[in-house]
Design a binder for this molecule. Structure first.
Ligand SMILES: O=C(O)CCC(=O)C(=O)O
Ligand SMILES: [Fe+2]
Length: 353
């Protein structure tokens, strides 16, 4: 099976694009982390009119329709009644905070390797920006045991068990959402099951990852950036944000819109692979994270994508209406991840027909 680590192995990073700042000892904002010319909304934090993202109840009998419309108009929605146990979400949050609270030299024991995909490090988008972000992350794919053992050699289960359980629950929820979204788009059953993505028989397993994000409180928040504007590579992302503001999405003709946290809800956003599979109808949503001067912020992102050797293509999945042409060249998930790792937001343009 092709693994995500393989997809990243061809794009190794320099260590200065992996090792986060030791935020606990940073009394002032270093120039390396000071962003010039942040827009007014970033620095004043004012709310942009009354705009807020759609809120959807997964048990709504019209869930398919309202989710489809939300993806098309916003690329993001808040999901309620998602059935992920709140005590599991709280435990994952607690374990994430416990990890990020460790002294820097302990966290570095789980540092992501230059060609690796998992472990502790700065955001993968970091090399595309001249300034560093006020952020540290921890990426998990499958079992986190090997990484966690480096930090807690004899006591890794309290960290690993909830992370593994969360991945199982998120996978189940993602499959439900995939069915609703693909039904809305009239995408075929073959595509729903990623048929064609395995070497032998049957269909391959989705490619998934958890990203724990930490944005420490910042000595000069008006000049710092938590996570620079980006789109996710995934089909879609399911995000849990604890109770601190900071996430914003970009909406055409409106500008940056805050996504206010509700710790009992989840936020779902569209990614590039859904953009390609829907032939541009569900555009991947641009988003960013701002930091603040008093409270650290934490979030847990779950990225859900087709198997790495799945061919992403609008021409063969039933999405095109009669006479409509595919707007993107077909690519495997692995190829697209490679394009994104090398070109960031230009990746979609590079496969545009
Ligand atoms: O922290 C957040 O709210 C967003 C995180 C995010 O965009 C990401 O991990 O890709
Ligand atoms: Fe993101």
């Amino acid at each position: 099976m092709v693994t995500l680590s393989e997809a990243y192995r061809d794009h190794p990073l320099h260590l200065h694009h992996i090792i986060p700042l030791d935020f606990s000892s940073a009394g002032t904002l270093p120039e390396t982390h000071a962003w010039p010319e942040l827009d007014d909304f970033a620095t004043n934090g004012c709310s942009n009119g009354q705009k807020s993202i759609p809120v959807i109840d997964l048990k709504d009998p019209n869930a398919m329709e309202v989710i489809g419309i939300a993806c098309e108009k916003w690329g993001v929605f808040e999901l309620r009644n998602h059935e992920i146990p709140l005590n599991l979400i709280e435990e994952v949050d607690f374990q994430a905070k416990r990890f990020f609270a460790l002294p820097s030299q302990n966290k570095l024991k789980a540092l992501r390797s230059p060609g690796g995909a998992t472990g502790y490090g700065v955001a993968r988008i970091s090399p595309f920006f001249s300034k560093y972000m006020w952020h540290e992350g921890f990426t998990i794919m499958g079992s986190p045991v090997d990484l966690a053992k480096r930090i807690w050699p004899n006591d890794y289960a309290p960290f690993c068990d909830p992370m593994e359980n969360y991945q199982k629950q998120m996978k189940h929820l993602s499959e439900q959402l995939k069915h609703l979204i693909f039904n809305f788009l009239d995408i075929s059953n073959e595509a729903k099951n990623w048929v064609g993505s395995t070497n032998s028989s049957g269909s391959g397993c989705a490619c998934t990852a958890i990203q724990l994000n930490s944005y420490p409180s910042c000595p000069d928040p008006n000049r710092a950036m938590g996570l620079a504007p980006h789109t996710d590579t995934s089909l879609f992302t399911i995000l849990h944000q604890s109770n601190t503001n900071g996430l914003q999405i970009f909406k055409d003709e409106v500008g940056w819109v805050p996504v206010n946290p509700d710790p009992t809800a989840l936020v779902v956003n569209t990614g590039d692979i859904l953009h390609i599979m829907s032939n541009g109808r569900f555009r991947s949503v641009l988003h960013r994270v701002m930091v603040n001067g008093t409270r650290p912020r934490y979030s847990v992102a779950y990225f859900y994508s087709p198997p790495l050797n799945y061919v992403v293509s609008a021409s063969s999945n039933g999405v095109l209406k009669s006479g409509e042409l595919a707007r993107f060249h077909s690519v495997t998930v692995k190829e697209y991840i490679g394009l994104k790792a090398k070109n960031l937001e230009k990746a979609l343009c590079l496969i545009t027909i």
